[in-house]
Design a protein around this ligand. Structure first.
Ligand code: F6R
Length: 626
């Protein structure tokens, strides 16, 4: 998704902006640009803004800027992922006012953009792009200069003009603006789209993600909705919607920048897959009290409130939705509460049956996915309790939920979710155990035993990483040139299959589908020609025999069968062409371990097909707009 950086201080602005934009590359983007203030030349003259934009990678922008001098010490930059308008230079940010004196970068979406654009055009503003963002530049220009004919007074002040423009906009924005008439000033606003600001020794910084600031400062302010910041080389002033000064909350960032580097791995995706044993351990630290009961201090709901819950909805998108499918099995098995899993993009436009005893569990790695947030808000209005599972501390999902479990995956850089998925399953497993405990369906002894086995999955994942890479490689060779692949399983295995197919599609661009294995004979089996890859979750479970009999149907049609089986199962070799093993594990936890070889398989196929596994085409790390 789009990224914002801004800097004002004593360093060369273009260098600071490029290094910040590079840190944001992981989010996915299709164009990049900067606005740099150029001081008056020796012969006098006003400060002006130098706008440089490029379609493609930040490296292209960097080469272009290499020809510019180093004099500018204030500027804003952006990586854009196209929403309103195609990925072109004209649509890349920053966008400027008619006279080019004001430039803005913006993340989010302006819902009333069409009306605002028509209104501004009727007053003579000329638009140079198809974007919604450009209305901000023109609105700020009007508020700065004034438009007596439209009853708009002149503020003559960038911060006040930004504040006035925001009152006209319906939608979400993280915004940074500069004005040639106020050298060294960056005005920043936020509503429903993340913005962080920080002071370093050599100036003031703004970004849409703390990772872009961390080289300069570890003490940052995450702006709240409706808060504004005015950055100058000397400091940062914070204000509210009325312009009243406010005292911000400073957050200290204690994670290491090394976490954001590849650490010797060829790509972030592999690095993050290999971090999963740690994610399991970290997500479980401190969750079991000395008396053997689950302890989730950020729960936000009393045990009495939890006991009243009689229906659970898990709402999420993409990979997070698949974590929900796994949770459904656990919640229904352990707490005996009906649990439905819905894509947030569907849930928010339906009229689901929600009562005060409904628990809505919102799962989101980024904590800022637009559909998931909208679904949370809707559910709360309808009276549900909302529980968030997210990887990002202080994210909108965390803030807008009654309680939260953080997945402790740490920053996930590769666009495809891997380690955060495992963190989500572990967190959802904790929630299912808790509901089972509170509802009296699980004894303290059972909870303790299951918790211990859950923790054992860390070592089991490590075993897979240490011993099954060669088997995954062989299986990948069997898939890489296929036109398509089918993932099948039953029960937990079906849920894992959906994620396996998504991962393969998104990183290797190989078409894949997933089916509950029992559904094969009702249609998908028609796909199977000799050599067609069928990836089956055939781990030890109550439905193992059923899965094997489904595989026999595939074998009879000549499928190339890749089985995920439990270590020690030699019989499966009679039917499967390739076998990848996971250690013996209770069926309830096999999603955690069996997902790992499927992640490795997707990556391996993608690498063999020459794909950029960290930044798949057409995808962004988080989808903060519809
Ligand atoms: C796939 C992937 C996406 C996300 C989805 C939801 O690898 O990463 O499918 O899972 O966009 O994102 P979050 O979890 O941030 O709400």
């Amino acid at each position: 998704m789009c990224g914002i950086v801004g800097y004002t201080g004593s360093d060369t602005a273009k260098d600071v902006l490029i290094s910040g934009l590079k840190r944001l590359e992981y989010r996915g983007y299709d164009s990049a640009g900067v606005a740099l203030e150029r001081a008056a030349g020796p012969g006098g003259g006003a400060t002006c803004l130098d706008i440089v934009r490029r379609v493609g990678k930040v490296a292209g922008l960097e080469s272009e800027l290499a020809h510019r001098d180093d004099a500018s010490t204030c500027g804003i930059g952006h990586t854009r992922w196209a929403t309103h308008g195609r990925p072109t230079t004209a649509n890349a940010h920053p966008h400027t006012s008619c006279d080019g004196r004001i430039a803005v970068v913006h993340n989010g979406i302006i819902e009333n953009f069409a009306e605002l654009r028509a209104e501004l055009e009727s007053r003579g503003h000329r638009f140079a792009s198809e974007t919604d963002t450009e209305v901000f530049a023109h609105l700020i220009e009007e508020a700065y200069d004034g438009r007596p004919d439209a009853g708009i007074p002149a503020t003559g002040d960038l911060m006040a003009a930004v504040r006035a423009a925001c009152t006209r906009v319906v939608g979400a924005y993280g915004l940074a603006a500069v004005c040639a008439d106020e050298p060294g000033v960056i005005a920043v606003a936020r509503k429903d789209s993340p913005i962080v600001v920080g002071r370093g020794e050599r100036g003031s910084y703004v970004a849409s993600d703390v990772i872009a600031l961390i080289d300069a400062t570890r003490d940052v302010v995450v702006l709240e909705d409706g808060q504004f910041a005015r950055l100058t080389p000397e400091g940062i002033e914070f204000s509210d919607e009325q312009g009243r000064p406010i005292e911000p909350d400073v957050t200290h960032i204690d994670w290491d920048i090394d976490l954001a580097e590849k650490g010797g791995y060829p790509d972030f995706m592999l690095k993050e897959i290999c971090e999963q044993p740690r994610v399991v351990r970290d997500t479980l630290v401190g969750r079991l009290s000395p008396t053997g009961e689950l302890d989730i201090d950020e729960l936000g709901l009393s045990f009495e409130e939890l006991d009243l819950i009689d229906r659970v909805y898990v709402i999420a998108c993409g990979t997070s939705y698949h974590a929900g499918l796994i949770a459904k099995n656990l919640i229904e098995a352990w707490a005996r509460i009906p649990c439905e899993v819905e894509a947030a993009s569907e849930f928010r436009y339906r009229n689901p049956i929600i009562t005060p005893s409904t628990l809505v569990v919102a799962v989101s790695q980024s904590g800022e996915t637009a559909d998931t947030l909208a679904a949370i808000r809707d559910a709360r209005i309808k009276g549900a309790k909302v529980f968030g599972i997210t990887n990002v501390v202080g994210s909108p999902v965390a803030r807008e939920s009654d309680g939260v479990i953080y997945t402790k995956a740490n920053k996930e850089i590769a666009v495809a979710s891997t380690k955060s998925f495992i963190g989500q399953i572990v967190s959802l497993t904790l929630l299912a155990l808790l509901l089972g405990q509170v509802k009296g369906k699980l004894t303290v002894g059972q909870v303790r035993m299951l918790f211990r086995e859950l923790g054992d999955t860390a070592a089991q994942i490590q075993w897979i990483l240490d011993t099954q890479r060669e088997a995954v490689h062989e299986a990948a060779l069997a898939c890489k040139d296929a036109p398509s692949a089918l993932f099948v399983g039953r029960g937990m295995g079906a849920a894992i299959s959906y994620e396996g197919a998504l991962k393969l599609k998104e990183v290797s661009y190989l078409h894949a589908e997933a089916y509950a294995a029992g559904e094969m004979k009702h249609g998908p089996i028609a796909l199977i020609d000799p050599g067609f890859p069928v990836i089956a979750v055939a781990t030890d479970s109550p439905v193992y025999d059923k899965v094997v009999s489904n595989l026999k149907e595939c074998e009879a049609r000549g499928a190339n069968i890749i089985a995920l089986a439990t270590e020690g199962d030699e019989d499966i070799r009679r039917i499967a062409d390739h076998v990848i093993y996971i250690p013996p594990v209770r069926d309830a936890f096999c999603a955690i371990t069996a997902s790992v070889p499927l992640q490795l398989l997707a990556r391996e196929v993608a690498v063999m097909r020459g794909c950029d596994v960290d930044q798949p085409r057409n995808l962004a790390k988080s989808v903060t707009v519809e």
